[in-house]
Design a protein around this ligand. Structure first.
Ligand SMILES: Nc1ncnc2c1ncn2[C@@H]1O[C@H](COP(=O)(O)OP(=O)(O)O)[C@@H](O)[C@H]1O
Ligand SMILES: [Mg+2]
Length: 253
């Protein structure tokens, strides 16, 4: 199959639109009619209790999970037929909570692999990787083996690799899980930097509410596979249903 270049995708893509998505797992309805829209430059928080369907939605967006109903459009184009690697090449990039596939490689090589995955030549990918590592404060550890790093740096390396894939939309699944307060602050600044430099949209799944409220332009709340509310941080904090379903137990985080 002819994979369109990343350049093509960036000029064509504007918003990311999920419309009426339904996902079943052997009779269990994990997602029931969820829709969302994400614009370039926007951070949309996706919150909700464990099992609400947040990660499943990321899997739908990245092409690892098929849907029973509904559609995903990137820049107005239905992407149902796009394979996972086509989606990442065209700018739909995710970060993982803890997975770093190349533990035996250096930090720099891991980030370089992101550029190579979207079709950059080795040299260009390496230069770009070094620049990204400087930007996020990991340059001094560029030559360290990834599997010798402390947890927070592993997380940052994964984020650096995602940036190297030049996301149009970056899908972040619990990026602050396990980070301490200092690292959490760093993450906040890094995400602001990504938006400023790449202008990409970010889907931000996170339980750490202080970070969600500080970062997100809008927040969408899922519960048992359905959208419970969408609004600004202020609106979500004051929503009685959301407080009952989720924030009551989490607001102190
Ligand atoms: N591969 C799978 N097979 C069966 N059930 C799954 C699978 N993945 C997720 N689920 C179920 O789907 C629901 C949503 O899960 P998930 O998307 O992981 O929620 P969240 O990320 O919000 O915690 C849960 O009930 C979960 O047990
Ligand atoms: Mg999850």
């Amino acid at each position: 199959m002819n994979v369109p270049s990343a350049e093509y995708s960036r000029s064509a893509a504007s918003s990311l639109d999920v419309d009426g998505v339904v996902v079943d797992f052997q009779g269990l309805r994990a997602i029931e009619d969820v829709s969302l829209t994400l614009e370039p430059g926007e951070i949309l928080g996706l919150i909700g209790p464990n099992g609400a369907g947040k990660t499943t939605l990321i899997n739908v967006l990245t092409g690892f999970q098929t849907v029973m109903r509904g559609s995903v459009r990137l820049g107005g184009i239905d992407i149902a037929a796009w394979k996972p690697h086509e989606r990442s090449r065209r700018g739909l990039v995710r970060t993982f909570q803890s997975v770093l596939p190349f533990g035996g490689l250096s930090v720099l090589e891991n980030v370089e692999a992101g550029g190579v995955a979207i079709g950059l030549g080795r040299r260009e990918a390496r230069i770009e990787a070094a620049r990204i590592l400087s930007e996020i404060g990991l340059a001094a550890k560029a030559d360290r083996r990834a599997d010798t790093l402390p947890f927070g740096d592993v997380r940052l390396t994964g984020i650096a690799r995602a940036i190297a894939m030049r996301p149009r939309f970056l899908l972040m699944d619990e990026p602050a899980a396990g980070l301490n307060d200092v690292e959490c602050n760093e993450l906040h600044n890094i995400i602001k930097g990504i938006i400023a430099r790449l202008g990409c949209g970010i889907l931000f799944i996170e339980h750490r509410m202080s970070l969600v409220f500080r970062l997100c332009d809008r927040i969408q709340v899922l519960q048992l596979g359905r959208t419970l509310a969408i609004g600004t941080a202020g609106e979500i904090q004051n929503d009685a249903q959301v407080r009952r379903a989720y924030l009551g137990e989490e607001a102190a985080c």
